[in-house]
Ligand binder design. Sequence first.
Ligand SMILES: NC(=O)c1ccc[n+]([C@@H]2O[C@H](COP(=O)([O-])OP(=O)(O)OC[C@H]3O[C@@H](n4cnc5c(N)ncnc54)[C@H](OP(=O)(O)O)[C@@H]3O)[C@@H](O)[C@H]2O)c1
Length: 311
Amino acid sequence: MEYITLKNSDLLVSRLCIGGCPMGGYGWGEVLEQELIEAVHTALEHGVTFFDTADTYGLGQSEITLGKALGKHRAEVVIADKFGVKVGPNGTTYDNSPEYLQQALDASLKRLGTDYIDLYQVHYRDGVTPLEIVADTMEGLRKAGKIRYFGLSNLHSQDFAELGALKGEFVSVQDEYSLACRKNEDDLNILRDDFDLTPLTWGSLGQGILTGKYNNSTTFAANDRRSRDIYVNFHGEKMQKNLEIVEAMKPIAAAHGKPLSAVAIRFILDHLKDSVVLVGAKRPAQVLGNIEGCDWQLSPEEQTRLDQVSA
Ligand SMILES: NC(=O)c1ccc[n+]([C@@H]2O[C@H](COP(=O)([O-])OP(=O)(O)OC[C@H]3O[C@@H](n4cnc5c(N)ncnc54)[C@H](OP(=O)(O)O)[C@@H]3O)[C@@H](O)[C@H]2O)c1
């Protein structure tokens, strides 16, 4: 396993992080709790020490399952959790206010069955609360021992001015990034280099399209979010482009005796400097396929080929 210390922190984490979205048991097709728990155990056995979740994933179910799976191993790992998105009867709203932050954190701690969260992140900004207020609230909770560090997610150039004054306070930033989604690459590089935030990539397998198992005949069940058009990786022109990228990945995977998922992960680890790759996994075999992304190298020619086909 490869490890990295998150910027401005002493959080040493594996560069592969298990994403908790499928653990929510909602909107990802069929998932079985026992397989999810075994997936976490497989990750632990292979040196993965970083686990990401959010209070919205399955409306708390992801945190419950993760806490249950980690059990006595909790102190050995780094848990990243998120707040700020509220799902209610009237749809989705966003809230980063100090009152809601403290309330959301207490609820998450309870569901995880722990008394601290290592990395507490703003899932999405609410468009109202200044980042300075969020940082001050987080700092108070850090002093109270409820969180160790705090991070951000889904931030872009319009947030840079506010971030300037807060350099060194937040330690990380999540955004979508993969061979199927390069649009945030410049922002992530700037956020790392100019604002001192470690990039954590989500959708790293393009929600599964980069594993090579989906094609034009694929249909998703209604209980799978990828059936919806907004999951662009599986629809229209974007799907065709992704299938072209998959074809370019195949000879590279074969040359190294690796699954395609490993090539998708390796590209991020090599191309996005000092990053951590978040990958959702439903069962142990998927975790094993993703661990294969670590501890090897793409040749410069392979990197160039992947860079060009996905540009
Ligand atoms: N900050 C944010 O706003 C944000 C947003 C989204 C996600 N995230 C985080 O980032 C994590 C990763 O993103 P994601 O889960 O959305 O997408 P992803 O990691 O790109 O794709 C995950 C899906 O790919 C399939 N898969 C995983 N490993 C596989 C393997 N080795 N072989 C074949 N199929 C495999 C599984 O679904 P199937 O088997 O059904 O194909 C799995 O659910 C999330 O879990 C979450 O923790 C954060």
